[in-house]
Ligand binder design. Structure first.
Ligand SMILES: Cc1cc2nc3c(=O)[nH]c(=O)nc-3n(C[C@H](O)[C@H](O)[C@H](O)COP(=O)(O)O)c2cc1C
Length: 396
């Protein structure tokens, strides 16, 4: 555990943590090993709840034998419960283990329930406004952390939740111009909008907090997207953030739960290799230009014109999204099976996978280092020599 640094702790629901948060990354990129290792360091580690069955050989086999929606959904819930218990065991009581649930996912209420029932310390909800999260978790003592991108969204959630007698235990403010995965904007043209600038959001929220009779300590703000150095951490924490959240730099750590090829693709990507496009959720997303994505984007207009308005049977039977461009024939959304593509990336299938990634350079360049080394670099600026071959990869 890291103790020698000069930053105040991030305090969430009375727990003092290192001010570095590991963001949830699906499908399976942040499962128990990554989240548990981050928590073990005394920080907040996050399991991405979606489709975790891929990490469990017995559940994959069960789903192969009965590939119906009910079996797949149950397998994912079983996998989530197992991952929470494994992460907590790895953490040995240190830090916090959160579960990330995307609002845009059909099984969101089940994922929230399983997270609460299996001892997760927090629910982190994004990809939609989590207005009903306090109702969904009413009987449980669990931290609630919405992910938003601008001060207007934060103000809306604060007001709605305050009417329910609940404050968020923290809020993640994710910058769509830098972060990986799905981005919190309606369309690609909005990515660079100045309303997302961290310093502006932090300043605007001062006014919002004052008007609502709140102080900064009541709702810690955690900024996310493109944070890749000790200097950036220092600047953002001194500008009023209580913590910083990173995704891509944690995905490529030794403890990251994905195949080594996944980490290599992310770590070796240059700025020209990274692209933004419209996902099947209708939200813009950011990923590496791997062969499948390049093929899809080359034919995107043709696919949209020919197939865009047609409905399709869900290729996996999981029906993972509440609205899916491919299944529901939503013309202006993306048209592919996101679950199949993300699961291929998790397995390290470079030709066929979809590899989400943030836009910025990584703290260790193309090197794969440990969670501890990453935390130490971010908190102190120090780098120690790498130790080779500490972790092996296995699915199941
Ligand atoms: C591979 C990958 C998968 C992601 N999946 C999710 C997800 O399932 N849910 C979510 O809320 N955010 C997701 N994110 C966003 C991260 O949690 C994080 O906030 C973001 O990547 C921060 O930006 P950075 O990658 O520049 O550090 C994902 C990011 C990456 C790189």
């Amino acid at each position: 555990m890291l103790t020698s640094h000069s930053f105040p702790p991030l305090v969430i629901r009375g727990r003092s943590l290192l001010p570095i948060v590991q963001g949830g990354m699906g499908v399976g990129i942040s499962a128990h090993r990554l989240a548990g290792s981050v928590a073990r360091e005394g920080a907040l580690g996050t399991i991405a709840s979606i489709d975790l069955r891929h990490h469990h050989a017995d559940l994959v086999e069960l789903c192969r034998q009965s590939p119906d929606r009910a079996t797949l959904e149950q397998a994912n819930l079983t996998a989530l419960a197992r991952e929470i218990h494994a992460a907590k065991a790895l953490a040995e009581g240190r830090g916090m283990v959160a579960v990330n649930v995307m609002k845009a996912v059909n099984a969101q209420a089940d994922y929230v329930r399983v997270a609460c029932e299996n001892g997760a310390d927090a629910i982190v909800m994004g990809a939609g406004l989590p207005l009903d999260l306090p109702d969904m978790t009413q009987a449980h003592d669990i931290a609630l952390i919405p992910i938003l991108s601008d001060s207007r969204g934060v103000a809306l959630v604060l007001k709605k939740w305050m009417k329910k007698g609940r404050l968020p235990d923290a809020v993640v403010i994710e910058h769509p111009a830098h972060a990986g995965g799905h981005l919190g904007v309606a369309n690609l043209a909005d990515l660079q909008d100045p309303r997302f600038d961290f310093l502006r959001v932090l300043e605007e929220l001062e006014t919002v907090f004052t008007s609502l009779g709140l102080s900064r300590q009541d709702v810690p703000l955690i900024v996310a997207g493109g944070i890749n150095s000790h200097e950036a951490v220092r600047e953002l924490l001194s500008a009023g953030a209580s913590g910083v959240q990173l995704g891509t730099p944690f995905a490529v750590t030794e403890e990251g739960d994905a195949h080594p090829n996944f980490k290599r693709v992310l770590a070796e990507a240059t700025p020209d290799d990274i692209v933004e496009f419209v996902s099947v959720t209708g939200l813009p997303a950011r990923a590496v230009k791997t062969p499948w994505l390049m093929r899809y984007l080359r034919h995107e207009t043709k696919i949209r014109d020919k197939l865009g308005a047609l409905k399709h049977v869900c290729p996996t039977a999981l029906e993972c999204l509440s609205v899916c461009g491919w299944r529901d024939g939503v013309e202006k959304f993306g048209h592919f099976c996101i679950d199949t593509r993300l699961a291929a990336a998790l397995r390290g299938d470079v030709a066929n996978g979809l590899f989400f990634r943030g836009r910025e350079a990584l703290p260790f360049g193309a090197a794969i280092r440990s969670v501890h080394d990453l935390m130490e670099l971010l908190l102190t600026g120090a780098t120690r020599p790498a130790v080779a071959g500490r972790w092996a990869f296995s699915l199941g």
